[in-house]
Design a protein around this ligand. Structure first.
Ligand SMILES: [Zn+2]
Ligand SMILES: [Zn+2]
Length: 108
């Protein structure tokens, strides 16, 4: 099953000190040099690490980072977004990732 998520906006105040911002954060956590957007059927270049949550209520409300292109990260994209099947999500919680004790929380 591919992940179905919602993009969170108003996340400008959430910064991380990873080189390359949240996209760099995602690359480090996922161990990936992937260049393309993680949204299904989109092959644009990823330019940001987007904050997403699962819309499936059975899953936790944690925030995750996924690489998005400029178009997919548009605030008009308020509905559910299906991600590419093989995407790794990296925790947006810094204490469970770049400012933690070394183990990055990811889901594959
Ligand atoms: Zn980071
Ligand atoms: Zn895209």
């Amino acid at each position: 099953m591919p992940y179905v998520v919602k993009n969170l906006f108003n996340t400008k105040d959430y910064k991380c000190s990873c080189q390359g911002g949240w996209l760099g954060h995602w690359r480090t956590g996922a161990g990936s040099q992937r260049e393309t957007c993680s949204v299904a059927k989109c092959s644009n270049e990823a330019t940001v690490g987007a904050h997403v949550i699962f819309i499936d209520k059975r899953r936790s409300k944690e925030w995750w980072i996924a690489p998005f292109c400029h178009t997919c990260n548009h605030p008009n994209m308020t509905g559910p977004i299906t991600l590419n099947r093989r995407i790794t999500l990296v925790s947006a919680n810094k204490s469970k990732s770049c400012e933690g004790s070394g183990n990055w929380k990811i889901i594959v």
